[in-house]
Design a protein around this ligand. Sequence first.
Ligand code: ADP
Ligand code: TRP
Length: 325
Amino acid sequence: MRILTGVQPSGKLHLGNYFSAIHKILNYQEKADLLLFIANLHAITTFSSKENLKENTISAALDLLALGVNPEKTIFWVQSEIPEVTELSWYLSGSITVSQLQLAHSFKDKVAKGFTPGAGLFTYPILMAADILLFSSEKVPVGKDQKQHLEITRDIAERFNAQFGNILTIPEPDIDESTATIPGVDGAKMSKSYKNTIDLFGTEKEIKKAVMSIVSDSKEIAEPKNPDESVIFQIHKLFLNEKETSELRNRYLAGGVGYGDLKKSLLETVMDHFAPFRKKREDLQNDLGYVNSVLNSGKEKAKSIAEKKIKEVRDALGIYPFSIK
Ligand code: ADP
Ligand code: TRP
């Protein structure tokens, strides 16, 4: 089974990203062929600056390696290193209509928010289809927000195959409809855009500030507290096994402990959980040569898959050069 996914280098990772998406991807590397890339070409569609793009690209590589991407098991590269993907994206653009692209929610949402879209934002789903189809991915783990992009990918592949022969593998989306929405410090969905995140690799001071600002009601220390209504508890339990969760639940229900102390326990848990990853990230940061060598060897492996597929596609379309008899 070949599983592929892309991560946009769009800034700092938070607990919402970690417990839904990243955890799941990392589990796959133990069981299947995992292909994972940093989608820097997609990030161009919301470009802010050269410095930002460079910093976010390296930061995404450090984050993912520190959190457990194993380059011995996973092919890990940066999207722009495989130019065949932009070539394929051009070929695929004939297999989708403008009106279909106009229906894409992610495009419509950005426009509705007042963003003036470039053509790249409009054709974003075609580039994403190229990422997936170039590597003949069978399964694509993504968040719910990417569901429609996967449907577009399947449509493109089916139309292309009907016209040019059975060349592209039709991918299956892998989406947890039930992935609980992890709350942010204000109780709304944790999201960069709401500025309510607890970041994985923030400084201890930043994480402390975020945890201490989690909303709570005004119950006195002595009063029993309802864990199911507490954002502190909702976040804390993500780190705990069943027994630990039930112990924490009882601490809330028993009363005699204030929200300040409950937040301090959560802070300790967060810091302890990420301490080894944080250490690994610092080590990697001091050894960028190693990080580059990992990405370079990932690129070589990805390239050999990409070159074969693009050749098949060029042949099917009659792209020059071809042998003239
Ligand atoms: P953000 O909302 O902070 O911009 P992204 O859209 O970059 O986050 O999310 C990347 C991945 O993390 C997606 O697959 C998404 O489903 C998941 N994710 C982000 N925030 C949450 C959350 N609060 N709860 C559950 N999953 C989340
Ligand atoms: N669009 C995805 C996101 O924003 C990132 C992405 C780009 C991707 N290409 C992909 C995901 C291919 C899966 C497969 O999260």
